[in-house]
Design a protein around this ligand. Structure first.
Ligand code: NDP
Ligand code: 8X3
Length: 255
């Protein structure tokens, strides 16, 4: 529990995978939850579960839509507008093609969602943290933020940008006592590959076969741990891999 004063966590991309698990993990340690995503029915079902234990609010928007991000976050009622923890999680890979075959719409999606979307949300949330000289921002990067792998070109670029922005946020917000955490997972079994391969279940399932991948809850537990450190501690930069994974490209498989 976070004390007598209620604390609020906003998690983007909370309809599935890491974001959903993080909303549950932070609710379990007492945070009131603002969950965002585009699929309203999944936000509703998360709300049914979490409103049993904490206050819950959902916001349905596309992080690519700058005006909508601003409209939704600037019109949060007073009891919801002092966000203590922002988890910038919404994002995906779109495609896995050599650069010469890449699709412009895939590239735009990754840059618009993973990079610009993170910035649009942060732009709305940071001023109130600065005014209070308090808060935490958790940015979900990736092993792809630390390494580049064949055909990962633009996805890796978008995640390297997230890593650089995370470091820049930590520097600029340092004087305001705002903690900035970069979380960089390796292979996590979520809807990630289904999105990357545009609904091809066979290709998507193959990504997680022959070894034990991370679960979304492994990442969520780590975020809950980071969030619950004492005020003088920041887990600045965390790479989390499944034991079978040694680097972006080296995974020990059984077959
Ligand atoms: P999922 O596909 O399961 O979840 C992605 C989430 O992002 C969904 O809730 C989705 O919600 C949301 N999202 C995607 N696009 C948008 C958009 N335009 N506007 C608003 N929300 C959006 O994948 P993961 O949980 O794995 O991915 C979460 C983060 O973790 C991503 O940033 C990803 O890059 C990163 N990551 C994932 C790894 C993995 O192996 N799975 C490893 C390293 C990092 P909705 O569709 O409802 O909008
Ligand atoms: C997701 C992990 O290795 O598929 O960021 O890029 S990877």
């Amino acid at each position: 529990q976070v004390g007598t004063q209620r604390k609020i966590a906003l998690i983007t991309g909370a309809t599935s995978g890491i974001g959903r698990a993080t909303a549950i993990a932070l609710a379990n340690i007492g945070y009131d939850i603002i969950a965002t995503g585009r699929r309203s029915e999944l936000l509703e079902s998360l709300g049914e579960e979490l409103s049993q234990i904490v206050r819950f609010k959902s916001l349905c928007f596309d992080v690519k839509d700058k005006d909508e991000v601003k409209r939704q976050l600037s019109s949060l009622p007073e009891e919801w507008n002092q966000i203590d923890v922002l988890v910038n999680n919404a994002g995906n890979a779109h495609g896995l093609d050599p650069i010469q075959n890449g699709s412009l719409s895939d590239w735009e999606a990754m840059i618009d969602i993973n990079v610009k979307g993170l910035l649009y949300v942060s732009h709305e949330v940071i001023p109130s943290m600065v005014a209070r000289n308090s808060g935490m921002i958790v940015n979900i990067g990736s092993i792809a933020a630390k390494e580049v792998y064949p055909n990962g070109n633009v996805y890796c670029g978008s995640k390297h940008a997230v890593d650089a922005i995370t470091q820049g946020m930590r520097m600029d917000l340092n004087q305001h006592g705002i903690r900035v955490v970069g979380i960089h997972p390796g292979l996590v079994a979520t809807e990630f590959s289904l999105v990357r391969f545009k609904g091809d279940e066979h290709r998507s399932n193959a990504v997680y076969q022959g070894y034990e991948p991370l679960l979304a809850s492994d990442i969520a537990d780590t975020i809950a741990f980071a969030v619950s450190r004492p005020e003088h501690v920041v887990l600045a930069d965390i790479v989390i891999l499944p034991t079978a994974q040694a680097s972006a490209t080296l995974v020990k498989k059984n077959n």
